[in-house]
Design a protein around this ligand. Structure first.
Ligand SMILES: [Zn+2]
Length: 82
């Protein structure tokens, strides 16, 4: 089983606007230095089993970043939905 860590932090731009940023690490390898997180897919993945394209290209099209297979999300009875 892979060790997956998701770290969410707040980023403030020069205008003082706040944004959420997520970093995803799998087995201590940072994935979000090359890809962006599709938050809609991330939230859907914790609600229902299935394949989700959580990592994507900056244009929002995963195959554009060479991602042709999504991440399998699986639900466990002890987990709490967002
Ligand atoms: Zn792209």
């Amino acid at each position: 089983m892979d060790d997956i860590k998701i770290m969410v932090k707040t980023i403030v731009n020069d205008n003082g606007d706040e944004f959420l940023s997520a970093e995803i690490m799998v087995d201590e390898i940072l994935l979000t230095d090359k890809y962006l997180v599709d938050y809609k897919e991330l939230i859907r993945s914790v609600r229902k089993d299935g394949e989700y394209f959580i990592l994507t290209c900056s244009c929002g099209v995963s195959p554009c970043a060479g991602i042709y297979k999504g991440i399998e999300g699986e639900q466990y009875p002890f987990m709490t939905n967002l």
